[in-house]
Ligand binder design. Structure first.
Ligand code: F6R
Length: 257
């Protein structure tokens, strides 16, 4: 794993945006896996600036989001589809038809999940999957105990995730209990993974994911199996890493995963 430790959340967002921007320039048809939540917002803001000020085009890019709440229509203000429109899609030149977010209102969820996986296969797989991490160590909504071979499916949100996400809904009661999420196995098939983590409430999950054992209790630890996983952290999220000095030195020497 490549571990990049930066000063603050702003730097993490800019670093990730520049990384994604380089990929889009190299391969204008790149397939990006995208994440929602608070963490990637600064990255998306910088991407929008790169589009508006530097002419970075997303006209041929395809995107697949990690997850969606069950029971929220796409146009619900709290749906992840709405989030992506507000935070990114409406501000860049990506055609709506090139963006994919699971449908939280799907009537046949099993078939919808199978189709979502098929759509990823049909475009040749995901080139880069952007990820956040839950305070319980989840990636996407692969909560503790999720199979490390899991595929896109229905998942119940853990109590801690419901609490963490209540900030977006106002009250805990309004947070949907179920989500459709890419599986850990789906994520591991992306050619590259880029996980961002900022803030002290991620420090334990980050330590467990990077320096703990591979375990379904911390699904982000599955990235230890990925040949091209980069984790970009601010100082607060990196605060509990025992080998932080080593990661900094390795990064200075440009030694990767
Ligand atoms: C979002 C997602 C989640 C979040 C994680 C962290 O699409 O899949 O795994 O990345 O819950 O959320 P924030 O960034 O809000 O702390």
């Amino acid at each position: 794993m490549r571990v990049v430790i930066l000063e603050d959340a702003q730097q993490v967002g800019s670093w990730a945006a520049e990384y994604i921007g380089r990929l889009v320039r190299q391969k204008p048809t790149v397939v990006l896996g995208l994440a929602t939540g608070g963490t990637p917002v600064l990255c998306y803001q910088r991407i929008i600036a790169m589009h508006q000020e530097e002419g970075l085009s997303f006209s041929r890019v395809r995107t697949f989001n990690l997850d969606e709440y069950v029971g929220l229509p796409a146009d619900d203000p709290n749906s992840y589809r709405s989030f992506m429109r507000q935070q990114l899609f409406d501000h860049i030149d990506i055609p709506a038809s090139s963006t994919h977010v699971p449908d939280g209102m799907a009537t046949d969820v099993t078939e919808h999940c199978r189709h979502y996986e098929q759509q990823i296969q049909d475009v040749g797989g995901i080139d880069l999957q952007l990820l956040g991490i839950g305070s319980d160590g989840h990636i996407a909504f692969n909560e503790p105990g999720s199979s490390l071979a899991s595929r896109t499916r229905l998942k119940a949100l853990a109590a801690r995730t419901l609490q963490d996400n209540a900030r977006f809904f106002g009250t805990l009661e309004r947070v949907p209990r179920l989500a459709i999420t890419m599986g850990v196995g789906t994520i591991l098939e992306a050619r590259q993974c880029l996980l961002l983590a900022t803030g002290e409430n991620k420090a334990t999950a980050i330590r467990d994911a990077i320096e703990g054992p591979l375990t379904s209790q911390i699904t982000a630890s599955a990235l230890q199996l990925h040949p091209q996983a980069t984790l970009v952290l601010d100082e607060a999220a990196a605060a509990k890493l025992e080998q932080a000095d080593y990661y900094r030195k390795a990064e200075a020497l440009q030694v990767g995963c």
